[in-house]
Design a protein around this ligand. Sequence first.
Ligand code: NAP
Length: 461
Amino acid sequence: MPSFDPTTEEKITDVAKASPADADQAVKAASNAFEEGPWRHMHHEGRAKIMFKIADLLDERADEFAVREAMDMGMPYRDFRETIMPACSGLFRFFGGMAMQMHGSYRESYEPEIRIFTRREPLGVVAAITPFNFPLVLSCSKIAPALAAGNTVIHKPASDTPLTALALAQVMLDAGVPEGVYNLLTGPGGSLGDALVKHPLVNKIAFTGSTAVGQSIIRSGADTLKHTTMELGGKSPNIIFADANVDAAVQTAFWAIFWNKGEVCVAGSRLIVERPIYDEVVNKLANMARNAVLGDPLLPQTQIGPIASKNEYDKVLRYVDAGKQSKAKLVAGGNTRKVNGKGLFIEPTVFADATNDMKISREEIFGPVLSVIPFDTEEEAIRIANDTPYGLASGMQTGNVARALRLADRIKAGTVWINTWHRYHPSAPFGGYKLSGYGREQGPEALESYTQYKSVWANLV
Ligand code: NAP
């Protein structure tokens, strides 16, 4: 399958197009490695050491990963190096540490001669199916806890952005991950992904992607009762109150939506602004959007790269058209751009005076398009924020601590950011409410979802 550079619109390389028969072979290799190999029986510290080695190699090869992600996905090299790469190696360090905490517990029974203890055991073969955006970190967030718990893994990256997965596979080999424990297959979701989801020897699907594909995976996996974690779409609300530091709030709101050109599941795509500062916020945002530097993601001055693929580019432009045809007011962007005559660039686009029932406010656009919606009361802001089928992330900008904590309780989303956005840490659970999914990545909660408990009863008489 060809992989394209969205900056030059030229082919970078071809990658293998694995078939369902290849999936079967890989699953059998992973299952065999799980049943017969050393990984699940290795002392926890042994697994941890290999995971720390993976982390070190990721850091050593950070430049290579950043170049691959910039060329394949269009993410600015600098952003990747500063924020994503430390998160990738951090995930392997965090879960390497967690591997050493894979302990069970002791329970009291009714009879003194009966002793009960629990063991935490791995699930078996985990298929990690990952999306085109943030390909590396969203792969690490599945592979690291899966390996820490003693599972074996098949990784299927998105067809549009497979190039960092290939480099990650090399890291696995070089770090000494035993044969069959990590398996990489590139190929189409509809055939290869589906074969993994239905395979009886796959015990868990760890999925990040669109809600529609997540729903179809749950249905297809039902016959073989797959464990699943679902990290799905979002339409995240960001509320700015009049008591906020307006300049800081505008900066936060701008990058909440336009970081990685809006191809971010937690993008703050609905900006809900209190009426007294509404005009000021809209003007300042529009100004920032007009001055943003679009360009080659490999260049240090670039703030916004190209949309990752032609499919996504066309989809985003259809939403831009829907916004133009609505009663919302286009105050910035709304056009495509070429850099040196090439590239899938879309200007950061701001629609003001939007309402929450418009198509652009309800559906996930997954691109650099913002709806700005005014509000008058705190109750109204909460109602608008929660009036969405999604519940991935949310946030508010305010100088009032009591209000912030009040809203943090009432907003229905897996993440709440107060006076900030896009903060992550390997120790903090991440995941969605409602149609944004279930299960959590990161934190001890993630390790939990890659293990199962066994109760052992011993009669001492
Ligand atoms: P997608 O189209 O749902 O694809 C995700 C993955 O699923 C890809 O590897 C895809 O393979 C594969 N796939 C497609 N059809 C499949 C099937 N029938 N069976 C098994 N696998 C299948 O999502 P995307 O466009 O790559 O990513 C964007 C979406 O992901 C957005 O909705 C975004 O919000 C969401 N996302 C969520 C999070 C989160 O943490 N909640 C994070 C990032 C992104 P192909 O590429 O070969 O089609």
